[in-house]
Ligand binder design. Structure first.
Ligand code: HMG
Length: 390
């Protein structure tokens, strides 16, 4: 008998500040409903200068090791597309900050927003080979576009940490998946740039094509039919994208994509992303947490997840919820992480954007502003120095 493998625990962290998109609408002189309704976004997380993908990742992962300890964790897979180093993996900083054993493999994975799903599937493979092991999967990103570009309204930041194990408390990762890869230049960030190049219209079309193709592959491999799923989570660069994607899927299956149906299927999974903004690799899993924290009881039911990473790679996979999973959720903490962000004006956001670590890597000490349990304190001798603040 094969042992069930899946998500034993899941936690999240986001950044210090939240900018209401009304602030951006004021700056851009557009109707705020373009953002609130047209994109389905209300606020976006803006990290403090002493926060980055490592501090958010460690803050999320700390919650997991505080509850389950570190025993059996021999692998940390860190998915990101906002890497802090071209060589050293961000996973090593987290391994150190949260006190994992030195007998650990710590690596970073990249394929735009899809990276988190690749880490999840690789983790499931490691646990299948040795069910005594548990794998820490982290997805952490800061979505940042050029100032005054159309992507700016879809910025955000968050990290999600997941413990993948045998006999999980929350959800079993089902084996059947649908895959799709195509060479598309919809969104990419060459090494010399700190913000991506993006063809917004093409990216939306490429995403929708990927939905269709990944479902086709999923079905050809004997996957469930759409009507068998009790929940749907999509990668959410902005929450309206989930509505576009689900409409495409329902129409493909000959199901009426009525407003009521779309709302029922998607409103629980979009609550957190609507407030956080895009968090690239973390976004799909923030959507999963939002669904689990707001849906009716899903004991024994299956949830479909669609992961998309520009460039592009997509995967359609599913989770089957374990009976009693609701006792293991972190709903209070998740809501608090979002609610406790400090509201900022457009001017403060610009000041934060304009602050940049010296490009030549010279030494700098950062003011302590983050309330996160971990902060970036300085750059010294070209090294990033982090500390646990409490
Ligand atoms: P834009 O030019 O700012 O907006 O670009 P728009 O003119 O397309 O309008 C957006 C929506 O607002 C439209 O609705 C308007 O009608 C509506 P739609 O026709 O799409 O349903 N609207 C209004 N609604 C109500 N009241 C109003 C009003 N005015 C207008 N007054 C775009 C939007 C998303 C293209 C831009 O923000 C962008 O380029 N974002 C970045 C790229 C992106 O997010 N692409 C999504 C798919 S690719 C992906 O998901 C991967 C990604 O996460 C990266 C990765 O994988 O690493 C991005």
């Amino acid at each position: 008998m094969t042992v069930p493998i899946g998500i034993h625990d899941i936690s999240m962290a986001t950044g210090q500040y939240a900018m209401d998109l009304a602030e951006l609408a004021r700056r851009n002189d557009v109707d705020v409903n373009k953002y609130y309704i047209g994109l389905g976004q209300t606020t976006q997380t803006v990290p403090a200068a002493d926060e980055d993908i490592v501090t958010m990742a460690a803050a999320a992962a700390k919650q997991i090791v505080a509850k389950h300890g570190v025993d059996g964790i021999r692998t940390v897979l860190f998915a990101t597309e906002s890497g802090i180093d071209q060589s050293k993996s961000a996973a090593i900083y987290v391994q150190d900050l949260i006190g994992l054993s030195s007998a650990t493999r710590a690596v970073e994975l990249k394929q735009a927003c899809y990276g988190g799903t690749s880490a999840l599937q690789l983790a499931a493979g490691i646990v299948a080979r040795d069910p005594e092991q548990r794998v820490l999967v982290i997805a952490s990103d800061i979505a940042k576009y050029d100032v005054d570009s159309s992507g700016e309204s879809t910025q955000g930041a968050a990290a999600v940490a997941m413990l993948i194990s045998a006999n999980p408390n929350l959800a079993v990762i089902d084996e059947t998946v649908g895959l799709y890869t195509a060479h598309v230049q919809d969104f990419w960030r060459p090494n010399y740039r700190s913000t991506p190049l993006v063809d917004g219209g093409l990216s939306v079309r490429a995403y929708l094509e990927a939905v269709e193709q990944a479902w086709k592959d999923y079905e050809s491999r004997g996957g469930r039919s759409v009507t068998e799923f009790a929940g749907f989570c999509y990668h959410q660069p902005f929450t309206k994208m989930a509505y576009k994607a689900h409409t495409r899927l329902l129409e493909l299956k000959g199901i009426d994509a009525t407003e009521a149906r779309l709302y029922a299927d998607l409103s629980p999974t979009t609550i957190y992303n609507r407030a956080i903004g895009n968090s690239y690799t973390a976004s799909l899993f923030v959507g999963l947490m939002s669904l689990l924290d707001h849906a009716e009881d899903l004991d024994g039911r299956s949830v479909a997840l669609f992961s998309y990473g520009s460039g592009c790679v997509a995967e359609l996979f599913s989770l089957t919820m374990v009976d009693g999973y609701r006792e293991h959720l972190r709903t209070v903490e998740n809501r608090a992480a979002i609610a406790h962000r400090e509201p900022i004006t457009y001017e403060k956001y610009r000041a934060l954007r304009e602050f940049a670590l010296p490009e030549d890597g010279s030494d700098v000490t950062l003011d302590a502003t983050s309330r996160s349990p971990f902060r970036l304190t300085s750059i010294s001798g070209h090294s990033r120095i982090y500390e646990a603040s409490h």
